[in-house]
Design a protein around this ligand. Structure first.
Ligand SMILES: CC(C)(COP(=O)(O)OP(=O)(O)OC[C@H]1O[C@@H](n2cnc3c(N)ncnc32)[C@H](O)[C@@H]1OP(=O)(O)O)[C@@H](O)C(=O)NCCC(=O)NCCS
Length: 162
């Protein structure tokens, strides 16, 4: 699996991206993505043993994160290998300074370093431009369903192995 990724910056945020243990990103994931859950409640992805957890670090502070793991793409089910990006989060006070972009770039690099393939996600509608900027294409219309009560967009790209 991928090791530490390149440092990245845009505007005032200078961070480095590293592969970390899932426990390291837990507080940020809960605060941003599941604020209604208790401190010890399981978070999405906790059960996935082979997930790659990326952290944007400012010193020792986790200011951004996502996880990447092997998973078949629901709308390209025959394509292997396939990888899913999930649990993207940047600390509220650090947003729109390039941290999310740096995390996405490192996630793409992690997939490339792991053999490449179909890389997919279910984006919140507001985040679509961020993913599009990094090569993800729309995989259908905006939708709302039981698992996604706010508008979401399927997105994907093919990542080459390197
Ligand atoms: C999505 C998220 C991770 C982006 O992190 P970030 O560090 O701000 O990302 P960047 O600075 O690299 O890019 C910012 C871009 O994100 C997009 N974006 C995503 N959500 C946005 C929002 N709520 N408001 C405005 N822009 C948003 C915009 O395209 C923006 O680009 P711009 O600043 O040029 O307008 C962050 O907004 C976040 O944690 N949101 C809450 C959780 C979430 O929605 N996760 C994504 C689930 S798919």
């Amino acid at each position: 699996m991928a090791g530490a990724a390149a440092p990245a910056s845009r505007g005032r945020s200078r961070v480095r991206i590293e592969v970390v243990d899932q426990a390291r990103t837990r507080d940020l994931r809960r605060a941003v993505l599941r604020p209604n859950l208790g401190v010890d409640d399981p978070l999405p992805g906790d059960e996935i043993a082979d997930a790659i957890h990326l952290a944007a670090l400012d010193g020792d502070t986790v200011v951004g994160t996502c996880l990447v793991y092997p998973a078949p793409c629901p709308w390209r089910p025959g394509e292997r290998p396939s990888w899913r990006l999930r649990q993207m989060a940047t600390a509220q006070e650090r947003r729109r300074a390039g941290i999310g972009s740096a995390v996405v770039v490192s996630a793409i690099e992690a997939v490339a370093a792991s053999g490449g393939g179909t890389f997919w996600l279910e984006a919140r509608e507001q985040a679509v431009p961020l993913y599009a900027r990094h090569g993800f294409m729309r995989g259908g219309p905006i939708y709302v369903d039981e698992q996604h009560p706010t508008p979401h967009q399927r997105m994907w790209q093919l990542v080459k192995s390197r």
